[in-house]
Write a protein that binds this ligand. Sequence first.
Ligand code: IPE
Ligand code: IPE
Ligand code: MG
Length: 247
Amino acid sequence: MEDLKSQINIAKLPEHIAVIMDGNGRWAKGRNQPRVFGHKNGVKAVREVTEAAAELGVKYLTLYAFSTENWNRPSFEVKTLMRLLVDTIAREVKTLNKNNIRLNAIGDLSKLPNSTRKALLEGIESTKNNTRMDLVLALNYSGRWDILNATKVIAQKVNNQELSLENITEETYKAALSTAKFPDPDLMIRTSGETRLSNFLLWELSYAEFQFVPTFWPDFTKRHLHECILNYQNKERRFGMISEQLV
Ligand code: IPE
Ligand code: IPE
Ligand code: MG
């Protein structure tokens, strides 16, 4: 098979890649298995993509693991997903430390089951000094939740006369979002063929390049990531300008 990795221009890597990991349920269904079988098999793809991104030198990788809307799934599936998160984080912390990767989370963590939150906070604490790449898990996350939350923080400051209306800028918002520490993603990948955002990083993705791939998440490999990055590198990011202005 053609080596795609060697074709990637390291000088033009996306600094931040965001992924909507989708298609676990359909992957399982195609194998006459329960949906949670797909989630269990999705863990391998998380490992692959994390490793592949770090190997290349990507600085930030955000993975959409559970949306605020996902609570509406059957309770058995929600429970299994929450337990899977605990087990996976606990099991992977060693590897994250070995690979010098820092774990972070965005979303309303207060609503997570105690065991999930505990495993997550322990993982964050134990990897906090790592510097090679930031891995960000979006958990009980939604873009609208984050924007609303930021709005309340800003409104409170105005109310306390710490901030005037004229001084509310994009930077004010960015600083109040749960993604404040991370640059906006350059590349957003969604697997499984769906072409929607499902409430993911609504503020942050305003100028990202989107790649929609038909592969179900459990089948996503390093090679798929390399392909997405190569496609990304063939795009011209104009940011409102015209081609001739970009030198
Ligand atoms: C993505 O796969 C994982 C989560 C949302 C947690 P899905 O579970 O959405 O799989 P499909 O889309 O039903 O196939
Ligand atoms: C989005 O996938 C959320 C995650 C991948 C965690 P969904 O499968 O929940 O999205 P919709 O509801 O089909 O749009
Ligand atoms: Mg889905």
